[in-house]
Design a protein around this ligand. Sequence first.
Ligand code: GLU
Length: 377
Amino acid sequence: MNKIKFPNWKRAVIKVGSSLVAPNGKGISSQYTLTIANFIVQNRNMGREIILVSSGAVAAGMAKLESSKTKSNRSVPEKQAFAAIGQSLLMESWSRLFDFPSAQMLLTMDGLNNRERYVNAKNTLNELLNLKTLPIVNENDTVAVEELKVGDNDNLAAHVAIMAEADILIICTDIDGLYDANPAKNKNAKLIPFVEKIDSKIFALAKGTKNPNATGGMKTKIEAAEKAITAGIDTLIINGKKSDSFNKILNDDFSGTFFKKSKTHVAAKKHWLTHALQTEGKVIIDDGASDALINKGASLLSSGITKVNGYFTSGSSIYIVVLDGNNERVVAKGITQYNSQDLEKIKGKKSNEIEKTLGYFTNKEVIHRSDMVLINN
Ligand code: GLU
């Protein structure tokens, strides 16, 4: 048993690299994915929620065309075409392993940076989990090049874990974890089981990848771990070729390298909400809603809103204000699920009237508690 206690978790993002989906560059194979699928099923049976981030579209497309091009001699449009050919094969091969529906989500950096699309993607992801499907995420390679791209699925998986507010990010790769020296060159290299803080020394241990079909190496995995732990998500890098890596997790133990979530993550999110997001409008709420927000940890519902000010889209950061006589007092700031025109229509109404009023419905909360920070004054 490992000395470090494995955390309890309910929701995980599992990232599976091309080296496991398409080993030896020979197209998709179930050699390793079968064990991973079994792990996913067992966790779901225990009531846990899983989101899969899977690479392998480019490798699958290449194999389908019997192209023998290696990473260095593929043009960007060629890779995009390979991804377009391979993505459906990738989905098909995963779907075959499950008797519940899987759902494809293709994301880009561009979409993750746009608040409105981010909120839409987040809502879709949550709904897919509600529906007990298995969301399978990849980058939308055909529309994203260079600066539009996340670039590698390690970092994409960290973004997804943050969007999903996952408890843990599990990155499955083809080596045992992070070593203190290059294990291919140094037989005394030791595996680092536990990383409490990611600093330049940890990054210095990361070396490029050996697999010609994979995009990331250890460096992108550490970048992903850094993003995730800063957001309060424990991260584990394991060898996805070994079934023992998965058995250990099922027994609340782990192999590989565990990166502990940062203790200051709540403060980080609060800081981000308070300072980093430009506020684009405000809603005025009644005293009952204000009391629920301040004293009961509630989310903001449409029924508590009396007035909407400004022009903003869904996904914008807005102030939540209460009236003290004639004076306005800001009580909170948060990310709205509805735009200003729609809020104008649903203000003062009950949540179950939203759909009838707008002709659509995203969430019963206008601003969910987890997307809100109280402002004391
Ligand atoms: N999106 C690419 C693919 O499916 C993989 C990117 C990566 O491996 O990090 O082939």
